[in-house]
Design a protein around this ligand. Structure first.
Ligand code: CUK
Ligand code: CUA
Ligand code: CA
Length: 639
């Protein structure tokens, strides 16, 4: 009977008998060989100096009360649908930005402003975000926007970093499952590149279910970042997984794991090699400009065909074979390589970006001539990140390690020199997916901190039932050796994160009254002859009632209003407080109504007053010693 009891939380983790190599089984890596490279961790230092160094870097992460972090971290919220903001190195969670989810605290998905931004897709209550990325100018973060994909409902959203709210959401037409997402780095983020993962028939009307047919394909999607509208789409062979862009502004690359166009596991692993597809963005732009494109279905988005016709390449793409089922695609911060991470192969493939112009000019015989090295690292390489000092760091999912390796030495070793390119292998807990070093996807990679996003936490935290948190581990990479300094539990698969210097993000402390975020509501008020900052009025328009009120701690401008049962009621609250940090809320009890109104913000929400009687509304954000007394009543007369 005793054995049936849950495992006590106090059990030291050293006693855990789980072998990480056995975990998930080596059978998942068909054909993958164990690599000879050995872990160097600890071998460069004595045990004592190692312990001292770890202690020192652990002190670095202790941001004392009242002090601020050096970096902003932006975390994907995975299939929870939001974006989270953390401070690094403390790993303290600073804010949550609801995007593809519904959020009761801020009213995201409930307010008219948020539903206007979400558009048609407001009908979906779920999302699945993977890849957050900040807009860039000249290969450096400009702090303007953060973009994030939604795999579940094929969307891309934009967050304005000055207010840390989602301000645009776009459903990508003609595709299913937006996964890989990256931004143009140079000259600036004009485009968002987004991979649609799944191959579908076109048209997808039920007449054709044959994935092998010519009319079954997926598309590479290019979005105008400022307008948040589709720029164009590119039909590709195979499928699309992860993507990245280069530092010349000409190329984007994407991994494909399903070159087989298969629908089952065995089929998707059939080919010994899949590929990296490289896109020549100016070539596609020129074709679109010249009107050489088609459209699909009802969509007016320009579509060009980037598939091979027999052995003939399209003008827009090149397909570079790499070992089977690659996953992560990462541009090295020195701008030299696209790195495709092997997943089923123990290698990463370094594609030399300087050779791509010749590949597109058909001056290279074989696309494989662009491969600078195929680097053996360990089992299950998924993603790679960079320190700006010539080193790369790759997650090994099956080995449960982060491997630090030197790119120049890896190329020399690939060319036959006897040189060890592996610098260190560090155990992480457990099974890492993405990893991200500070500023790594920009030309300013500074090699200070690295976050390894581990998919399994197992015994690392107090037990919380069958569903475990994940474990985002902070690693100090400022010295010669990586040092693990912090375990950070996270909820529901963040997938990916990015780190930006704190001076790169500039936020507003209170809203501007002319902020476009609530412009449609201001427009509505104008038509009603309302001055939002001053008026407290009820406007009746048939069975529609608009209640305009101000809020100022601790009172609402309207403390009582009367409607008739069945009226559609819109409550518009303008927070006239100008004091930083004094946010109000508006909750109508028993009506599913809740929203945030921060200083100088206008928020509105619409509901049906379907129940006669007295209904209290109250402020939900603590704003004053008399916050509890910040209330009012809606009186509903029976129909
Ligand atoms: S990720 Cu999205 S499947 Cu490796 Cu970028 Cu997990
Ligand atoms: Cu206003 Cu609490
Ligand atoms: Ca495959």
């Amino acid at each position: 009977m005793k054995d049936k009891q849950p495992k006590p939380n106090a059990e030291p983790l050293e006693h855990s008998s789980l072998s990480r190599r056995n975990f998930l089984g080596a059978s998942a890596v068909t054909g993958a060989a164990l690599v000879g490279a050995t872990a160097l961790g600890g071998s460069l230092m004595t045990r004592e100096s190692w312990a001292a160094a770890v202690k020192e870097s652990r002190q670095k992460i202790h941001v004392v009360p009242g002090e601020l972090d050096e970096y902003y971290g932006f975390w994907s919220g995975g299939h929870q649908g939001e974006v989270r903001v953390l401070g690094i190195p403390s790993m303290r969670e600073l804010m949550r930005i609801p995007v593809f989810n519904v959020d009761s605290a801020t009213g995201w998905g409930l307010t008219n402003e948020s539903r206007h931004i979400m558009g048609d897709s407001a009908r979906y209550l779920n999302g699945d975000c993977h890849h957050p990325h900040i807009s860039m100018t000249d290969g450096k973060y400009d702090g303007k926007y953060l973009f994030i994909n939604d795999k579940a409902n094929s969307r891309v959203a934009r967050i304005r970093l000055d207010i840390m709210k989602c301000d645009k959401m776009l459903t990508i037409p003609n595709v299913q499952a937006i996964h890989g997402l990256r931004l143009q780095k140079v000259p600036h983020t004009r485009y968002v590149f987004a991979n649609a993962e799944f191959i579908i028939p076109h048209p997808n009307d039920g007449a054709n279910f044959d994935l092998q047919s010519d009319s079954a394909y997926t598309l590479f999607n290019v979005i105008d970042a400022e307008k948040m509208e589709m720029a164009f789409q590119v039909i590709v062979d195979g499928n699309l997984d992860n993507t990245d862009a280069d530092y010349t502004g000409r190329f984007a690359a994407a991994t494909c794991y399903n070159s087989e166009k298969a629908f089952d596991l065995g089929g998707m692993m059939r080919n010994e090699r899949d590929w990296v597809v490289v896109f020549d963005i100016p070539a596609i732009e020129a074709a679109v400009k010249a009107g050489k494109f088609t459209t699909l279905g009802d969509s007016t988005v320009p579509v060009v065909d980037g598939r091979k016709k027999g052995d003939k390449d399209s003008a827009f793409t090149r397909y570079i074979p790499v070992p089977k089922n690659p996953h992560g695609c990462n541009t090295s911060s020195d701008g030299k390589y696209f790195i495709a991470n092997g997943k089923l192969s123990p290698t990463v493939s370094m594609i030399e970006i300087a050779k791509l112009p010749d590949l597109f000019a058909d001056k290279l015989k074989d696309p494989r001539d662009t491969i600078a090295a195929e680097v053996e690292l360990g089992l299950g390489p998924l993603h790679t990140t960079f320190d700006g000092r010539g080193n790369a760091y790759t997650t090994l999912f099956i080995d449960s390690q982060v491997v630090k390796w030197n790119m120049a030495d890896a190329v020399r070793a690939y060319n036959g020199e006897k040189v060890n390119y592996i610098r260190q292998k560090l155990d992480v807990q457990y099974q890492p997916g993405h990893l991200h070093a500070s500023l790594t996807e920009t030309s300013e990679a500074d090699g200070k901190w690295l976050v390894a996003l581990c998919k399994f936490s197992k015994d690392r935290f107090l037990q919380v039932g069958p569903l475990h948190p994940e474990n985002d581990q902070l690693i100090d990479i400022s010295g010669e050796e990586m040092k693990l300094v912090h375990d950070g539990p996270t909820f529901a698969e963040p997938h990916d994160c990015i780190l930006a210097r704190r001076d790169q993000i500039r936020t507003k402390k209170i809203w501007d009254r002319d902020d476009p975020f609530f412009a449609p509501t201001v427009e509505m008020a104008k038509k009603d002859g309302i001055t939002l900052e001053a008026d407290n009025k009820v406007i009746r328009d048939g069975n529609r009632v608009r209640v305009y009120m101000t809020s100022s701690a601790p009172t609402y401008g309207v403390q009582e209003f009367t409607v008739r049962q069945g009226d559609e009621v819109t409550v518009v609250v303008t927070n006239i407080d100008e004091i930083e940090d004094v946010s109000h809320g508006f909750v109508m009890t028993n009506h599913g109504v809740s929203m945030e109104i921060s200083p100088q913000q206008t928020s509105s929400i619409t509901f049906v007053a379907d129940k006669p009687g007295m209904h209290w509304y109250y402020c939900s954000w603590f704003c004053h010693a008399l916050h509890m007394e910040m209330v009012g009543r809606m009186l509903v007369e029976p129909a």
